[in-house]
Design a protein around this ligand. Structure first.
Ligand SMILES: Nc1ncnc2c1ncn2[C@@H]1O[C@H](COP(=O)(O)OP(=O)(O)OP(=O)(O)O)[C@@H](O)[C@H]1O
Ligand SMILES: [Mg+2]
Length: 986
């Protein structure tokens, strides 16, 4: 029985702050022991208070040093920023007063293994790894009363703090010197968005409806019918972006904007103070006297109540000595009067021209500000003011005037919009479509994720969409997962399961009581970490965002991860047989990740065969590739070779379909299979391996090799399964046809079809590769009979083959049959039949490049015969190039003979002759001589057309063609050549 996994320890990226006293030995000798102790205690108290206020965790006291974590046990979306804030405050004032002590701080961010250490009552939350040591060493380098941070930290806080580079510095324990920086002061950028705005925003995508609503509200406010609007949505969905867009569109109007901040949640009126400064055009950095004078002046100019100066002066924290009269009242009433004064002033300012008041991020706003906003929501209705607010869903206004609030909820962008965004972020870099698709998938419709992931891909320069989650996002996901205590095991199990984890499976994995588990899951759903689908026993759980799952998964220690994968792999096979039958790749994945490769191989192979059976070829290849990775699980070389051979023989035909017959990968696959067959001393797979090789040589040439392989197939098939005999005859017949031996081809193909006349089921039976025995044979026979001059026999064979092909429902088989039907039609000069066959083949073979290309050439010929000569020629040229790129070389003479035929019809002798030359050269390359006689006839006729005076040259070419046609048994060509000779004579 498996133990429920302990998720006590995890992998995390955290920010470590190391703070130390400078010269403590010297201090200890200089001060009285009592005094020293007092200084030390005050320093420690101040450090603890500051670090905790910024959400840090005191991990250890090391002498006079203090080691603090930001990001563990509880993460925040902005831990590095918090650490720097704390560091700057502490070096500015270490708590002992009057400069008696100096401190310094070092900050580094990096991966750690975090978990509880110790036993019994003495358990500590510790982060292990080099990150804390680096922080300590960086601290030791920092000049007294400064903070030093590593480059890793600098990247994450740049823009929020002014940073002075300290240059590359060697750090003991690290192989290379690292860049250090000194944060000097805050820049005043409140949020990531404000920073992004200074660096340039992505052009707006979508959000037309929402923007329309806002513009309408703005217009209404401008005409005196103000309104309060709250834009609510999760982090990164684009609340601030939408507000910014409205600002740009109402350029020239009065805007004042402020917002909550996680560091000032406890500071009363923080955003209000900011707003009042903007409303009255005061500068926060001006001396108090100047600000009081300006305040008084503005209040008078706006004709507001005189006590406003006293009320606002106090609210702004200006000392009365700077020149104003304080207001004497109870604190509660003073507050209310101050709020009333602000609303009144806003009203007066708006009288001149409409005013937009923006308050962002209400979830971080202090209660006093919220109280003011409540009042404002109630008042703006009749004023030329638009009050625009944003908040994450955690914020629920418990306001008296809630009913007057108009709420706009932002949904995730749709996949098309996200794709557009990714394109815009990538700018001039053209990302491959597969990467864009993967990025869009991981982004889950969240613009922020799309931006950050795309930038990460651009930065790494890889073509991989699988880049690690950027730190900027990882911290925010981590913080969401950390909100809830006691849910670690549940989250871990769901993260390893992947999408749609059934509640029962989670129960089995966590070993939690049903009621307890239910509670945890509900908590996770309520906190927007998991999404529930279905109810009761049927409930299934997925992560709200793929990236959230990746974060949870990524923080598991490898052993925990493997343990869970192993349990899930088994659970799937035992408890969810329908799931593992429908999707063997899921169970395969879990076994693979657990390191149970033998089980994984079997499941991957099943998954690959299933996908191939459904023509999901790309998936099939991916599954087979994973299966190949598992081969090392088999130590016995014989066993390993057998497993590999089974895989290779399954992979090769899929490669044929996706890459085309002539692709080098296809031959490699078959060669490898042949090698394995030989090492196993004649495995049953040998025949099918030869079959695959035959298909390869048939497309790529040399045709001589094809004949050899086909002979070998015939030998292997002797006396065995009649189906193998039929296939061997097909291969040999096709080889003879390609070689231009029509007589022999007819004999061999007829011999192959004979058993089917006795047992018709043989003709319709699918082969292990999905091809159908009778179809190929009959379609080759149709071409051969037609070339032999038996037009009726050719039509009959084609009809029979097509009927079987239509019955089996395999697009590959049908497309091939239709192309051969078209080839037959070209010989018989049945233009409409060729066009119909080509059209149907193209409709069926979109994903099968080989047959689609060939079909496109046939259609080009039919169109050319119908008068569109240029279009037809172009289509044929494209097909020649397309097939040659796919490594198919044996068909080129045929395609070019189609072009020569069109040129002859169009009376373009010179061009036609050039094409026949090319065709004959191509035939020389592979030995595909099937079209030589026909090409000779075309050459003769083209020569005659080009220069009537050289009738003797035309005649000698036609006579050669006639001779070749006779020797090959190509009677149709023979008849046509004879006709051409007669015309020449007559
Ligand atoms: N519709 C959009 N078109 C283009 N870019 C967008 C769009 N929406 C958001 N973005 C970009 O995505 C990023 C995240 O958006 P934004 O900062 O507005 O989210 P937010 O909802 O305000 O998040 P938070 O709650 O963290 O403040 C920003 O860089 C923004 O410019
Ligand atoms: Mg925002």
């Amino acid at each position: 029985v498996d133990e429920a996994p302990e998720v006590g320890a995890e992998l995390r990226r955290i920010t470590v702050l190391f703070l130390d006293l400078v010269g403590s030995t010297e201090l200890a000798t200089r001060l009285e022991p009592e005094q020293y102790r007092d200084v030390l205690l005050r320093y420690q108290r101040r450090a603890v208070e500051t670090i905790e206020r910024f959400g840090g965790h005191i991990a250890q006291y090391l002498g006079d040093g203090i080691l603090a974590y930001f990001g563990y046990p509880r993460a925040h979306e902005d831990d590095p920023i918090r650490a720097v804030h704390a560091g700057l405050e502490l070096v500015a004032d270490p708590g002992a007063g009057d400069g008696r002590i100096a401190v310094r701080a070092g900050i580094h961010t990096g991966p750690v293994v975090a978990g509880s250490v110790g036993a019994g009552q003495r358990r500590e939350q510790l982060a292990l790894g080099p990150t804390p040591n680096v922080a300590a060493r960086v601290q030791a380098i920092a000049p007294p009363n400064t903070v030093a941070v590593t480059g890793a930290v600098a990247r994450l806080v740049d823009g929020f703090f002014e940073l002075t580079p300290l240059g590359p510095t060697p750090i003991r324990g690290l192989p290379e010197p690292i860049e250090l920086f000194r944060p000097v002061r805050v820049t005043g950028q409140r949020t990531r968005f404000e920073l992004a705005r200074t660096r340039g925003l992505t052009a707006l995508v979508g959000r037309r409806t929402e923007l329309g609503l806002l513009e309408e509200r703005f217009a209404a406010a401008a005409s005196g019918r103000g309104r309060a609007v709250l834009i609510a949505a999760d982090a990164g969905l684009g609340k601030s972006r939408l507000v910014e867009e409205l600002r740009q569109r109402t350029e020239g109007h009065r805007w004042i904007a402020a917002g909550g901040s996680p560091y000032h949640q406890g500071t009363p009126f923080h955003p209000v103070i900011d707003l009042v400064h903007q409303l009255l055009e005061l500068t926060p950095s001006d001396p108090a006297e100047k600000r009081v004078a300006q305040l008084t002046e503005r209040v008078r100019a706006l004709d507001a109540a005189a006590d406003s100066v006293g009320l606002l002066g106090a609210l702004l924290g200006l000392p009365p000595e700077a020149g104003y009269q304080t207001v004497e009242d109870t604190p509660q009433r003073t507050k209310q009067r101050a709020l009333a004064a602000i609303i009144d002033l806003a009203d007066r300012v708006a009288a001149a021209s409409p005013l937009v008041i923006v308050v962002e991020d209400l979830h971080w706003v202090d209660p006093s500000t919220l109280e003011l906003l409540d009042g404002l929501v109630g008042r703006v209705t009749g004023l030329p003011i638009l009050l625009l607010m944003t908040a994450r869903p955690a914020f629920v206004p418990s306001w008296e005037h809630r009913a007057r609030l108009m709420q706009i909820t932002l949904d995730p962008l749709d996949p098309g919009e996200i794709t557009e965004m990714i394109g815009r972020v990538a700018g001039r870099t053209a990302l491959p479509p597969a990467v864009v698709a993967a990025l869009a998938g991981r982004s889950d419709g969240v613009p922020l994720f799309a931006e950050e992931l795309t930038r990460a891909v651009l930065e790494t320069g890889d073509d991989l969409a699988e880049v690690a989650i950027p730190s900027s996002l990882a911290d925010s996901f981590r913080s969401r997962l950390d909100q809830l205590d006691g849910t670690g095991k549940t989250v871990a199990a769901a993260a390893v399961w992947g999408p749609e984890a059934p509640a029962a499976a989670l129960a089995a994995l966590t070993h939690l009581e049903p009621a307890v588990l239910e509670g945890r899951l509900s908590q996770l759903v309520d906190s927007d970490i998991l999404v529930r689908r279905g109810i009761g026993d049927q409930a299934r759980y997925s992560f709200r965002h793929a990236l959230l799952q990746e974060t949870a998964y990524g923080s598991l220690l490898p052993t925990t991860r493997r343990g869970l994968h192993r349990q899930i792999g088994r659970l799937m096979v035992e408890q969810y047989p329908e799931l593992s039958a429908a999707h063997p790749e899921i169970a395969a994945h879990h076994h693979h990740e657990a390191g149970d490769l033998a089980e994984a191989l079997g499941l991957w192979e099943t998954a690959g065969r299933r996908s191939a059976g459904r023509f999901a070829n790309v998936e099939a290849l991916a599954h087979f590739d994973r299966a190949l990775e598992c081969l090392p699980a088999f130590a016995d070389p014989g066993e390993r070779a057998r497993r590999e051979l089974a895989l290779r023989t399954a992979i090769a035909p899929v490669l044929v379909v996706t890459r085309g017959y002539g692709a080098a990968e296809v031959r490699q696959a078959f060669d490898r299979a042949l090698e394995l067959c030989q090492s196993l001393g004649g495995a049953p797979e040998l025949f099918w391996t030869l079959w695959g090789l035959a298909a390869f040589y048939q497309a790529r040439g040399p045709i001589a090799r094809l004949v050899t392989v086909a002979d070998q197939m015939l030998k292997e098939a002797e006396g065995g399964d009649p189906q193998l005999g039929i296939e061997a005859h097909f291969a040999l017949g096709a080889a003879q046809l390609m070689r231009g031996d029509y007589r022999q081809a007819e004999v061999v193909l007829e011999r192959g079809i004979a058993p089917c006349r006795v047992d018709p089921t043989l003709a319709t039976k699918p082969l292990p590769h999905g091809a159908v025995t009778g179809v190929n044979l009959l379609m080759n026979l149709a071409v051969v009979k037609t070339a032999r001059g038996d037009l009726a026999g050719g039509s009959a064979a084609a009809a029979e083959g097509l009927a079987i092909a239509r019955g089996v429902g395999n697009p590959f088989v049908l497309a091939a049959a239709l192309v051969y039907h078209g080839w037959r039609g070209v010989l018989a000069a049945e233009v409409p039949a060729v066009e119909a066959a080509a059209d149907e083949a193209l409709a069926r073979s979109a994903e099968i490049p080989f047959w689609a290309t060939w079909a496109a050439a046939l259609r080009g010929w039919a169109r050319g015969r119908g008068g569109e000569v240029e279009t037809g020629l172009q289509a044929i040229e494209n097909a020649v190039t397309g097939l040659e790129q796919a490594g198919v070389r044996t068909v080129t003479p045929m395609l070019l003979s189609l072009a020569a035929d069109l040129l002859l019809e169009a009376g373009q002798a010179e061009a036609g002759l050039r094409v026949t030359e090319r065709a004959l050269t191509a035939a020389d390359l592979t030995g595909a001589r099937a079209w030589d006689a026909e090409l000779g006839r075309l050459r003769g006729e083209l020569t005659r057309l080009g220069n009537g005076a050289r009738a003797d040259a035309a005649e000698s070419i036609l006579r050669q063609a006639l001779e070749l046609a006779r020797s090959q048994g190509a009677e149709l060509t023979e008849q046509r050549t004879e006709a051409a000779l007669r015309q020449l004579a007559g």
